[in-house]
Design a protein around this ligand. Structure first.
Ligand code: HEM
Length: 229
């Protein structure tokens, strides 16, 4: 039996097997991802400061200090895998607990954001794969004009197409819902927000979600409106 400070592998497996453990893992990995999206949104807004500045940010993300880049990438990858895995397993458990669906489905106290977590999450995962294919991996079928190292040009070329603007704005809508409910849920799971009706704790998720998604949305909108070209 390991102590609280040095849990052994057995304790960690027992924790992971419990539903509370999976919720904590989902919450903590979610917080890591929130940290990244806040930084990435701020970095992306530099597109309004011109090509040189934006490409410098993209280079920082990509290759400037290669050890840091890979440490961040591995942390993000592990977080995404654990986040999706715990969400998937919790969903399986919830479905197994109620194999026959309710005959009448009428929301009582749940919010729209909480009800779209699963399918919204699946859409965000698809978005992430498309996004990395388009701007990082350079899949030509997503962006035929992709040039490695020319992030500014890649972004402008993508968002000159209304379809990509619509796709990104839709993704930001789901990200908004996911962040509102997700940050609220993690505050509850970790015991930071003890009172469900506490107005400040209720507002924090909305502020984070709105800042992140409005910030990101300004990029495709800036290109579509001709402010960035
Ligand atoms: C309008 C919204 C967004 C724009 C314009 C944008 C732009 C970019 C660009 C240009 C790159 C490539 C940088 C480079 O390789 O030189 C990139 C990489 C990346 N983006 Fe985004 N992004 C947006 C939203 C998001 C969101 C919402 C997420 C996460 C949910 C995300 C996650 C990532 C990740 C993980 C990378 C790879 C970082 C790496 O190479 O290690 N992005 N993004």
């Amino acid at each position: 039996m390991g102590s609280v400070f040095a849990p052994n592998l057995w304790d960690m497996l027992k924790f992971w097997n419990s539903s509370v453990g999976k919720k904590v893992v989902m919450g903590v990995t979610g917080l890591v991802l929130v940290g990244f999206v806040i930084g990435h949104m701020a970095g992306n807004l530099q597109i309004f400061m011109g090509q040189v500045r934006y490409n410098a940010y993209a280079k920082l993300l990509q290759e400037d200090i290669i050890e840091v880049t890979w440490a961040v990438r591995i942390a993000l990858l592990v977080s995404v895998i654990l986040h999706v895995l715990s969400a998937w397993q919790l969903t399986q458990r919830a479905w197994a607990a109620r194999p026959v669906d309710y005959s009448i489905r009428e929301a009582q106290v749940s919010t729209y954001a909480s009800r779209t977590m699963r399918w919204g999450g699946v859409f965000l995962f698809v978005f992430l794969v498309v996004h990395l294919g388009q701007f990082t991996l350079g899949w030509k079928w997503l962006l035929p004009e992709f040039i490695r190292g020319a992030a500014y040009g890649n972004v402008v070329l993508a968002f000159e197409r209304p379809l990509w603007v619509a796709f990104y704005l839709l993704a930001m809508f789901f990200l908004l819902l996911h962040l509102v409910h997700g940050t609220w849920a993690v505050l509850r799971t970790l015991g930071v927000a003890k009172n469900a009706a506490e107005p400040l704790a209720r507002r924090i998720p909305w502020i984070i979600a709105l800042v992140v998604t409005v910030g990101f949305s300004l990029v495709p909108l800036g290109v579509a409106l001709g402010v960035v070209r």
